[in-house]
Design a protein around this ligand. Structure first.
Ligand code: SF4
Length: 348
């Protein structure tokens, strides 16, 4: 991985974003925010899954005011997502929002923007300027190019800077992975504002997993990005699961059981797929990081399992338990998963 881009550190509630802070994971609730009980339930599922910051849509005053009650029930910071109406922004700040996602240019009236900026300054909360294909002014920028996204972001940012407000993070999302990567790269070279990465409208689980891994993953690999949001058409918890896998694959967050398993071939001596699925199921939610290998035969298995903390390899009549590639025990194949899980638990 390349060196991390130098970025300004800001705080969303108690979560640092930018500078040397760990890359944080964000998501957004799918419930009406004024339905406090459902929104709290969803945020608790997100925080239990490993989400660090959550955004809620603020469509009306009731939703803005609901933030105050929601905050009493959850641990992670809440960002209020506002479009156009400055009164909703001010009400969300009053209700205790830890951040706003708002494009000041959409409010238009300078005096009203000033009121929002004043409220944010007073409470010390940041604003995310979030541009995407849907939000840019199509009269001015008929095509969604990286340059259009970057220029549009600067228009919003300059309004805030003119009011001496720099507690800002920025996103430049597009559903086209190439455009998104180029836009972030371009913007990253121009300033030190922390960046919120995401591929927007990325589709359902499988489609989003691929697009987000390529888009978010390649930027993070280049050292660009401070916080990420994977967008999935589906259960919100899936967003956090994919985000955690992206970070773990790049060595940016070491958490949970990473299973490396062979694709199997004619040499396999047990059903690797069902063993891995059982292992995944039984170790779900384990917090400590451990790399575990599951290999289908003794031909290449032990060599490939060397990099893992623990591994199992199938032999003809029995299975072998390995520790850092060293043989620890040979047992009946039927007993190997239980033995492996006992060994994993010993390390938790
Ligand atoms: Fe085939 Fe064995 Fe390699 Fe698995 S470990 S892919 S079974 S050679």
């Amino acid at each position: 991985m390349n060196n991390r881009r130098k970025s300004k550190k800001i705080f969303v509630g108690g979560v640092a974003v930018g500078g040397d802070a760990p890359i944080s994971i964000q998501s957004m609730t799918s419930t009406p925010t004024k339905d406090i009980a459902s929104t709290v339930k969803e945020i608790i599922r997100l925080q239990d899954a490993g989400c660090d910051i959550v955004r809620v849509g603020v469509l009306d005053l009731e939703s803005a005011r609901a933030i105050s009650d929601i905050k009493k029930e959850v641990k992670i910071p809440i960002v209020a997502d506002i479009h156009f109406d400055y009164r909703l922004a001010i009400e969300a700040v009053k209700a205790g929002a830890d951040g706003l996602r708002l494009n000041p240019g959409n409010i238009r009236n300078k005096e009203n923007i000033r009121k929002v900026v004043f409220a944010c300054k007073e409470k010390g909360i940041p604003i995310r300027v979030g541009v995407n294909a849907g939000s840019i002014d199509r009269k001015k920028y008929p095509y969604v190019t990286p340059g259009a996204l970057v220029d549009s972001a600067w228009e919003h940012i300059r309004i805030l800077e003119e009011m001496d407000f720099t507690d800002i993070k920025v996103s430049l999302k597009a559903s086209d992975v190439n455009v998104m990567i180029e836009a972030y790269r371009m913007f990253a070279s121009q300033c030190e504002y922390p960046l919120h990465l995401g591929v927007t409208e990325a589709g359902t689980y499988k489609e989003s997993m691929v697009k987000s891994s390529i888009g978010i993953g390649s930027l993070l690999y280049d050292g660009i990005g401070d916080t990420i949001r994977v967008s999935v058409t589906g259960d919100v918890v899936e967003e956090v699961e994919i985000a955690k896998l992206i970070l773990r694959s790049l060595g940016l967050r070491k958490e949970g059981i990473e299973i490396i398993s062979c694709p199997t071939c004619a040499r396999k001596e047990f059903d690797v797929e069902s063993v891995v699925k059982e292992l995944e199921e039984k170790t779900k939610g384990f917090k400590k990081y451990l790399k575990v290998a599951v290999m289908g035969c003794v031909v290449n298995g032990p060599g490939e399992a060397k990099e893992a903390d623990l591994g199992i390899v199938a032999g003809k009549n029995e299975a072998i338990l390995l520790e850092k590639g060293r043989v620890i025990r040979k047992v009946d194949k039927a007993k190997i998963i239980d033995l492996l899980i006992d060994k994993i638990k010993e390390r938790m």
